[in-house]
Design a binder for this molecule. Structure first.
Ligand SMILES: [Zn+2]
Ligand SMILES: [Zn+2]
Length: 166
C-alpha cells in the first residue's frame, strides 16, 4: 500500500489524510508472536515549503501472551508519531521516511517498523501480574501455594564460608 507524496514536495501548503484498516497484517516477527486481527492506521501528510511530515497514528488490539504468567490477554496498543519525509537518504535524518524514485513510500512498512519499535518486549497481562510459581508452576494470580520460593543469595555464600572456617 503506497502513499504518493510527490505533490507535497512541490507545494507550499499541503495537507492530505489517509485512513487504513489492515486485516491480518503480518506482524508476528515484530511482536514476539502477538497478533492483531485489524490494525487501524491514520496518516496525515503535511508540507510547508518543502518540509514534509507524516503524522502517523496506529491502533490495534493484540492477542498477546503474558511474559510472566503465560495467560492470553488483549493488549491495547496505540502509538502516535511524527516523521519527516525525505526525498533521499542524506544520512541526517535516521528516523525519516524515505520516498522511492516515484515519490511514494510504503505505509505498511512504516506501520510494521513503528509497531516493532514500540511494542513491549515483555508484555504483561497487568502491571502487578504475580506470574507463575517457579517451583510448582501454579498461576499465582488465581491460586496460591506453599512452595519455598526464596532464592538463596549467592553473595551470602562468601560470608557463610568465613563463618564456617572460624
Ligand atoms: Zn500475567
Ligand atoms: Zn508453588
Amino acid at each position: 500500500m503506497k502513499i504518493c507524496v510527490r505533490d507535497a514536495f512541490a507545494s507550499h501548503c499541503y495537507r492530505k489524510e489517509y485512513s487504513f484498516v489492515f486485516d491480518n497484517m503480518d506482524l508476528s516477527d515484530f511482536t514476539a508472536g502477538a497478533t492483531a486481527d485489524t490494525v487501524h492506521t491514520h496518516a496525515v501528510i503535511e508540507a510547508s515549503d518543502g518540509n514534509v511530515t507524516c503524522r502517523l497514528t496506529i491502533k490495534a488490539d493484540f492477542n498477546a501472551i503474558c511474559s510472566r504468567c503465560a495467560s492470553k490477554f488483549i493488549l491495547p496498543f496505540s502509538v502516535e508519531t511524527v516523521k519527516q519525509i525525505k526525498k533521499h537518504d542524506t544520512g541526517e535524518f535516521e528516523d525519516a521516511i524515505y520516498v522511492d524514485a516515484g515519490g511514494c513510500f510504503d505505509i505498511v512498512c512504516e506501520v510494521q517498523s513503528q509497531i516493532c519499535f514500540e511494542f513491549p518486549a515483555k508484555p504483561l497481562c497487568s502491571e502487578d501480574c504475580k506470574g507463575l510459581c517457579p517451583v510448582c508452576g501454579c498461576d499465582l494470580n488465581k491460586s496460591s501455594c506453599k512452595c519455598d520460593t526464596r532464592i538463596p543469595d549467592r553473595r551470602l555464600d562468601v560470608l557463610r564460608k568465613l563463618i564456617d572456617n572460624n
